[in-house]
Design a protein around this ligand. Structure first.
Ligand code: ATP
Ligand code: MG
Length: 439
């Protein structure tokens, strides 16, 4: 349990209860609580998150941690199987009966029959709710969100399945805003950065933060790098907004160069848009990432407009036979070398017929490192119509994270090349990972 006391703040407190044995035992990470917080957009003071097992007394104890006036969000256990008991547990905690929403039941039954499901008995359970709450329709799955007042709190119950929760959140947030439970989003600025370790980025922000301690500062790790957000108080007066703008301008000077988006946009989408805008296409040659880069690119809908394909060239023979890397380069320089990275990118661009090609060849670990090429050593090369770039990175982490860093770095390098004037080096002025102090 993580709790923070913010009783002095006049924004509503948020108390979250994540229900599920699998969360408590570490089989599943609690990503839902984070999504709830992001959706609420800083309009609340997160006061605590409790993860509890699927047992009535544990759920009640978790709910007891909330205070009157707070927003209480409970996730998980809203399915129709016998182990899904959150409705009953919340009703018992609030001292109210369960009621059945007949219209919702009929709607769920009709939806089930339309999908060819003969036995729609589950619909009855999913139409039940603690008296006083109302349902919000779930378009992804069946269990609705349940919202309303209970015990002087505003209670929100959400299904555990992340895709369902995500689908419901916009409606839940709109409902909370309509009732004034949650203020309009706080004025805020966001920088989504890649290629720098968290500590290094935080240090870059530090002088600005010292001048603007009145703003709300946050940093968090993402799959691409680190996000930085500064926010004024919700409904801040004009002078506070002017300070937000001033701080943003100063921060832009310090971290703008490593920023790929200033809105909640993903790096793969930004890259896709940059390729599309220039009529460019991409192919990939992946050794140590073995398809992760191609997968990341094609996660973005519409990727077929810009992505041609590539080669998973794990073995030297594939680098040689499929991408034309000369045998002697592989032999003399090694597969993880500048010469091979360049040859991979050039060969990939030529054989796939793309305008741009990225190549990744590195030592992800844990084995395979040497004094000269320690684990994390990764060459990334980019072939463009105008030039061939290559850079050695020394990623500081374990196998899976090093591979993810390689993907994020390659995409960011491509982005920088696309937005930079022709021929200019797309790299940062230095490999920031080599000197990164953790983070
Ligand atoms: P279902 O109808 O599938 O039973 P449910 O509302 O009852 O949905 P759970 O049974 O608690 O939800 O969980 C369903 C799935 O969602 C499980 O795979 C679970 O691991 C996942 N899940 C539940 N809570 C969380 C959470 N806080 N973060 C991420 N995943 C979660
Ligand atoms: Mg369930």
């Amino acid at each position: 349990m993580a709790a923070r006391d913010d009783s002095a703040a006049n924004t509503p407190g948020l108390w979250q209860v994540a229900v599920g044995d699998e969360l408590l035992e570490g089989r599943t990470a609690d990503t839902n609580s984070r999504r709830v917080q992001l959706a609420l957009g800083g309009g609340v003071r997160a006061r605590g998150i409790v993860v509890v097992p699927d047992r009535a007394e544990a759920v009640a104890a978790g709910l007891d941690g909330s205070r009157p006036g707070e927003l209480v969000v409970i996730t998980g256990g809203l399915g129709s199987t016998p182990d899904d008991l959150t409705r009953e547990m919340v009703a018992a905690w609030a001292g109210v009966p369960l009621t059945t929403d007949a219209r919702l039941q009929a709607e769920l039954e009709a939806r089930g029959r339309a999908r060819g499901i003969a036995d729609v008995a589950w619909a009855k359970r999913q139409a039940q709710m603690p008296a006083g709450l109302e349902p919000l329709t779930n378009r992804v799955g069946s269990a609705p969100a349940l919202v309303g007042p209970l015990r002087d709190r505003t209670v929100v119950m959400l299904p555990g399945v992340p895709a369902e929760l995500e689908g419901l959140l916009p409606d839940v947030v709109a409902w909370l805003r309509r009732r004034g439970v949650v203020p309009p989003p706080a004025p805020a600025r966001l920088w989504r950065t890649a290629q720098r370790a968290e500590l290094a980025l935080v240090r870059s922000c530090e002088p600005v933060r010292e001048r603007y301690p009145d703003l709300d500062w946050s940093w968090w790790l993402t799959r691409w790098g680190v996000d930085v957000r500064i926010a004024a108080a919700p409904a801040a007066p004009p002078p506070a907004l002017a300070r937000l703008d001033a701080a943003a301008a100063e921060l832009e000077q310090r971290i703008g160069a490593t920023t790929f988006a200033r809105a909640p946009e993903e790096l793969n989408v930004v890259v896709q848009e940059a390729l599309l805008a220039r009529g460019a296409t991409l192919a990939v040659a992946e050794s140590c990432t073995a398809g992760l880069l191609g997968a990341a690119v094609t996660e973005a809908a519409g990727s077929s407009e810009v992505f041609l394909g590539g080669v998973i060239c794990y073995a030297d023979a594939v680098k040689r036979d499929q991408l034309g890397v000369p045998e002697d380069l592989l032999y003399k320089r090694g597969a993880v070398s500048e010469a091979v990275a360049r040859a991979l990118a050039a060969g990939c661009r030529e054989r796939c017929g793309s305008t741009h090609a990225l190549a990744i060849t590195g030592i992800a670990g844990p084995g395979g490192g040497s004094a000269e090429k320690p684990v994390g050593t990764t060459w990334i090369a980019l072939a463009t119509p105008a030039a061939l770039f290559a850079r050695c990175h020394r990623f500081p982490s374990n196998r899976s994270h090093n591979r993810r860093l390689a993907v994020a770095t390659a995409l960011d390098v491509l982005r920088r090349a696309l937005v930079a004037p022709a021929g200019r080096e797309p790299w940062l002025s230095e490999d920031t990972w080599a000197r990164s102090e953790g983070g």
